[in-house]
Ligand binder design. Structure first.
Ligand code: MV4
Length: 453
């Protein structure tokens, strides 16, 4: 096992990795930007090293600085967390070539999964159903038109190097296809330095269900069942649940098996997620792989009892998975609400600033994963996640009741947060009945002028 690990991240996920290291009796080195110098979680690391100025490009995205910190601190491995460099295949490769284990997939697997067209081709070869669409990137307008006519409009044009909803373009008729392709290529080039796009049938109002994977370096691959992440706003998830309550046990088992086949075909190692869209008839279609630990990983931990971050570290150290598929059961139901420093009354405008008061919820079935403290100032440079409120109870309705109670206990003063929105969602009849889809938050919770209703 490693003696010392560097955490190349900040905020709640940095603290989450620090906590896992403590429990594994591994020394942990944090890095921080000048904007995070006073962050209280840094004291929980054994050592903290400044890697540059506030803006991410000068610090958490600055690869030479992070590698230099790893050398100075003499660590054996680097945990990238999520976001920042976590899915950058070049960084993973540089870690390994600099003598540090990258706590994530092999750089070859990250590279393959980063190209959504390649991930889909691997999935299709592994008999995993994909959304009907182009086999690979679009070569020219004529090819796109022929294909769109075949699968039928509306179609969705997606950036091959995109993901997470970035660089998507909806096209509902033949007339606008050429211009939609041109715009999508331009956006893809600007955002990802890669103009390649592919085409898919547009699924109306799908649910977003993902399967958690763990793969060790000895060819053992298991899934840890599923999460429902349908509640999103502008591709930012708001509420996540495990298990996905709308799936039948038969569909759930087939989806897990499909995710394992895909991971095996991709040569995947460490923790990862296979994302699927699910239609009203429970048909599921693979869309992309997330080659990292995800923000929503705690709901899976709560229902399976598996510590995914500790497993990531053990896998990177070459240890075999300590369980088999048949040992992984779902116990009860878990829900996570993402608490952001954003004003839901004002188009979710970021609300950085100083936290002047804080009451953290507790009691049975409640978990609070957060780096914030009273007196802590939320810097303006990074994403707005303040913390994750997670609950676990025997059933979905009991979990919602626990979440309501925990949200009422949670008080964050000094800045605006998404807590009031979550309190309303947890009392909404459509949410209680599971009658939501990926367009629901924007349809129901976006304030519109009265005349437009
Ligand atoms: C889709 C889709 C409908 N049809 N693909 C958005 C995030 C990215 N991972 C995939 N996304 C979508 N892909 C087809 N062929 C609708 C979405 C989508 C969505 C998916 C999951 C959760 C929220 C969403 C919100 C808008 C669009």
């Amino acid at each position: 096992m490693f003696q010392r690990i560097l955490v190349a991240n900040r905020g709640e996920i940095a603290l989450r990795v620090i906590r896992a290291c403590k429990e594994l009796d591994i020394e942990v080195v944090a890095v921080f930007s000048e904007a995070d110098r006073a962050a209280p979680y840094l004291e929980q690391a054994d050592r903290a090293i400044c890697i540059g100025r506030g803006p991410s490009v000068d610090s958490y995205l600055n690869r030479p600085r992070i590698i230099a910190a790893a050398e100075v601190a003499d660590v054996q491995a680097i945990h990238p967390g999520y976001g920042f460099l976590s899915e950058n295949p070049d960084f993973a490769e540089v870690c390994r070539s600099s003598g540090f284990e990258f706590i994530g997939p092999p750089h070859e697997a990250i590279r393959k999964m980063g190209l959504k067209t390649e991930a889909k081709q691997i999935a299709a070869a592994a008999q995993v159903a994909c959304v009907p669409g182009s086999d690979g990137v679009i070569a020219n307008d004529a090819q796109a038109l022929g294909l769109a006519r075949q699968i039928g409009f509306p179609v969705l044009i997606k950036a091959a190097a995109g993901g997470g909803g970035k660089g998507m373009r909806l096209c509902s008729d033949e007339r606008s296809l050429a211009s939609a392709l041109r715009t999508a290529r331009g956006e893809a080039e600007a955002a990802f330095k890669n103009p390649s796009v592919y085409l898919e049938k547009f699924l109306e109002r799908p649910r977003h269900v993902e399967v958690q994977i763990l793969a060790d370096t000895r060819d053992q691959i298991v899934h840890c069942w599923d999460r429902d992440c349908t509640l999103q706003r502008r591709h930012q998830k708001l509420v996540e649940e495990a298990p996905a309550s709308t799936l039948t046990e038969e569909v759930r088992a087939r989806m897990g098996a499909a995710a394992v086949r895909l991971a095996r075909a991709a040569g995947y190692v460490n923790a990862g997620t296979c994302e699927f869209l699910v239609d009203a008839d429970q048909n599921f279609y693979f869309i992309e792989v997330n080659a990292r630990i995800q923000v929503e990983h705690p709901v899976t931990e709560m229902v399976t009892g598996i510590d995914l971050v500790k497993q990531q570290i053990r896998i990177a150290a070459g240890e075999p998975l300590p369980f088999r598929q048949e040992d992984i059961a779902i116990r009860g139901h878990s829900i996570q609400c993402r608490i952001n420093s954003e004003d839901p009354e004002n188009d979710f405008r970021p609300s950085p600033g100083r936290i002047t008061g804080l009451r953290i919820p507790g009691g049975p079935g409640v978990r609070w994963d957060s780096h914030i403290q009273v007196g802590y100032s939320v810097p303006p440079f990074y994403d707005s996640l303040l913390g994750k409120l997670i609950v676990h109870a025997p059933t979905r309705l009991e979990a919602i009741a626990t979440m309501r109670r925990a949200l009422d206990e949670l008080v964050i003063e000094g800045i605006r947060t998404t807590i009031p929105l979550h309190r309303k969602i947890m009392r909404n009849p459509d949410f209680l009945a599971g009658r939501v889809d990926t367009t629901w938050v924007e349809r129901v919770w976006t304030p519109r002028p009265v005349a437009a209703r």
